[in-house]
Design a protein around this ligand. Sequence first.
Ligand code: ADP
Ligand code: ADP
Ligand code: ZN
Length: 214
Amino acid sequence: MFVLLFGPPGSGKGTQAVALAARLGVPHVATGDIFRKNLREGTELGQRVRGYMDRGALVPDLVTCDLVGSRLEEQDAAGGVLFDGFPRSVPQLYWLIGHLGAGRRTLSAVVNLQVPDQAILARITGRRTCTNCGATYHVVTAPPLADGSCARCGAAVVQRQDDAEAVVRDRLVAYRAQTFPCLAELRDRVTVHDLSGEGAIDEVRRRIFAALAL
Ligand code: ADP
Ligand code: ADP
Ligand code: ZN
C-alpha cells in the first residue's frame, strides 16, 4: 500500500509516521531524513543538498526524485511505502504518479495533517531531533530523556539548524508556493483525508487510524 502523509513543516508527519508505517507494515520513507543522513555522513549527495536545506529551500526535483527512485527499488518497498515529506512540488508528484504507474502501482490514500501557522512555529522552534535515528522530540510536549538523549537509541538529541525561526519562515513560504498546490492535484486522483493535526499525539494517531480504517 502506497500512502502519503502530507502537511506543512511541523504538522507532525514524522511523529505520526512511525506508528502508521508499523501498522501498515510498510517502510517509512522521509526524504528529509535521508538527506540529513547524507549530510551527517558527508556523502556527495549531502554536499549537493546542504545549501538548499540550510536556507529552507527545496532540493531540486531531479535530485529528490532520483533518490526516491533508488529507495523504491529496495526490496522492502515492493509492497508499498509511507511517504513523509515527498512529494513536495507538483513536478515531484507527477514523477511519482508516473513512476508508480510504470510498475502498475498506485497511491492508495493521502493523509493531510492540518495545523495553523501559529502552532507550527511553536512546534518547530521547540523541536529536537536525534542525531542518530532521526526520532523527533519537543522541549515541552515530547521531551527526550532527562539527560537529553534519545529514548529510542540513546544518541544525542539536538536542534536542527533549519529549525531556527528565520529559516522556518522561509520553509513555510516554500510550502505555500511549491508544496501546497500538490493537494488540488492529489484530490483529483486519490482519496485525501483532511484531518486536524492539533491535540495530543495519541489523539492525532487515533484520528489517522480511524480515517484509514486501521
Ligand atoms: P519538515 O520538518 O519541514 O517536514 P523535512 O525533514 O521533511 O522537514 O525536510 C527538511 C528539508 O529537506 C527541506 O526544507 C528541504 O530542503 C529538504 N527536503 C526534504 N524533502 C524534500 C523534497 N521532497 N523535495 C525537496 N526538498 C526536500
Ligand atoms: P513534521 O515531520 O511534519 O515536520 P514533526 O513530526 O517533526 O513534524 O513534529 C514537529 C514538532 O512538533 C516536533 O517537535 C514534535 O515533537 C511536535 N509534535 C508533533 N505532534 C504534536 C502534537 N500532536 N502536539 C504537540 N506537539 C507535536
Ligand atoms: Zn535516536
